[in-house]
Ligand binder design. Structure first.
Ligand code: NAD
Length: 357
């Protein structure tokens, strides 16, 4: 399987025409459907009405990052074996990013690789996790340590699935869309800032534009040798905050909630290091605070966050490698920032929440 070639992505909200075509081509083979308890309740009934004609063997796993492990993969591999899956079988992954990461990895490794289709059911899945070919699981609480680059047969996006998502999950996915707009799509940014997410009816357009940004970048750099680093905007500080929150908070931040904070801090760095204007910074900060609660980041946590960033192998003791934005819609990779300026960016966030609360 060549990860350098792109996989098709279909946004289809009505009759799943493309999905039908794929299922038809596997009709004489075994088709498996991977779900978790939430997609079983909220997404499977709708999907079933659309693909009644096809027989599928359902495999259910437990939701949650905590289950994104090799142990869960083993249970799926065992089920596939039990039901005599072979190299011609098809696995359909119906779920959020956790499920498509696991399902993609399971498919890529079972009998050296079977075909799979991702049907993302979260905003984050549709905008990011289910597309682009990265799959994998966590190891000993470290994220995505085991995995492969691979290629789904297709990704089928139906924004109707988002209706049953809690608003925090919707906003978590929105952060990746905001990121895509800020690094490469000024028009998308203008669409986003026109309305509050709760009023966004046209998910299809927004997802389409955001997917286009990601896939343009991934097609030029599928294995993250250079340009794909653009997608890291907001993630250097965001990941440190996500890990910090997971370790310290009872009700930890979701991935996108942490990335939204990362976007604020890294936009601040973009003003200080390159050419983002103060006006654009204010616009970004205002937009994010319209959608996300402020996170009570304490000055005492700054050194822990710096430590988490320094631990990342791409960085040195003195400087951290960032992707920044020179203006709204233009990301710039390989911007090395000293630790003092990073402290300043975190303090910018802290100051902001304390003056607006
Ligand atoms: P998730 O997969 O944990 O889903 C969030 C929750 O929503 C889960 O409880 C899930 O069961 C439930 N759910 C899913 N669809 C639903 C629906 N339609 N209605 C109601 N509930 C529903 O979280 P996520 O944000 O989708 O994905 C996060 C994961 O994605 C992380 O593990 C992250 O590492 C991964 N990820 C991967 C990539 C990649 O390129 N492979 C990129 C970004 C993120």
């Amino acid at each position: 399987m060549n990860p350098l070639t792109l996989h098709p992505i279909h946004i289809e909200n009505k009759d799943f025409v493309e999905l039908h075509k794929i299922l038809k081509s596997y009709q004489s083979q075994k088709i498996f459907l991977l779900i978790d308890e939430n997609t079983k309740e909220f997404c499977l009934p709708f999907l079933r009405t659309k693909v009644l004609a096809f027989k599928m063997i359902v495999i259910e796993i437990k939701s949650g990052e905590i289950n994104k492990t090799i142990r869960t993969c083993e249970t799926i591999w065992e089920q596939l074996l039990l039901h005599q899956a072979n190299r011609n079988s098809l696995l359909i992954n119906l779920g959020g990013g956790v499920l498509t990461d696991i399902g993609g990895f399971v498919a890529a490794t079972f009998k050296r690789g079977i075909s799979f289709v991702n049907i993302p059911t979260t905003v984050l899945g549709a905008a990011d996790a289910a597309i682009g070919g990265k799959t994998g699981v966590d190891l000993a609480m470290y994220k995505n340590q085991i995995g492969v680059f691979t290629k789904p047969e297709a990704v089928i996006i139906n924004s109707g699935f988002f209706k049953t998502l809690p608003i925090r999950q919707v906003n978590s996915g929105l952060a990746e869309i905001i990121k895509c707009a800020l690094i490469a799509n000024n028009d998308l940014w203008n669409v986003l800032r026109e309305r509050h997410v709760l009023q966004i009816m046209d998910w299809d357009h927004i997802i389409h534009e955001s997917v286009r940004v990601k896939m343009d970048i991934v097609s030029r750099d599928p294995l993250e040798a250079g340009e794909r680093k653009l997608l890291n905007f907001g993630h250097t500080i965001g990941h440190a905050i996500e890990t910090y929150s997971l370790r310290n908070d009872d009700d930890a931040l979701l991935h996108g909630e942490a990335i939204a904070i990362g976007i604020i801090c890294e936009s601040y760095l973009s003003v200080k290091k390159i050419s983002l204007t103060e006006n654009d910074l204010n616009e970004i900060v205002k937009y994010i605070f319209n959608h996300y609660h402020s996170y009570n980041l304490l000055p005492e946590s700054i050194e822990d966050l710096i430590e988490l960033m320094v631990q990342d192998k791409k960085n040195t003791d003195e400087q951290i490698n960032f992707t920044l934005i020179s203006r709204i819609g233009k990301g710039v990779i390989d911007q090395f920032v000293n630790l003092e300026l990073i402290r300043e960016a975190l303090n910018f966030y802290i100051r902001y929440i304390n003056t607006t609360d």
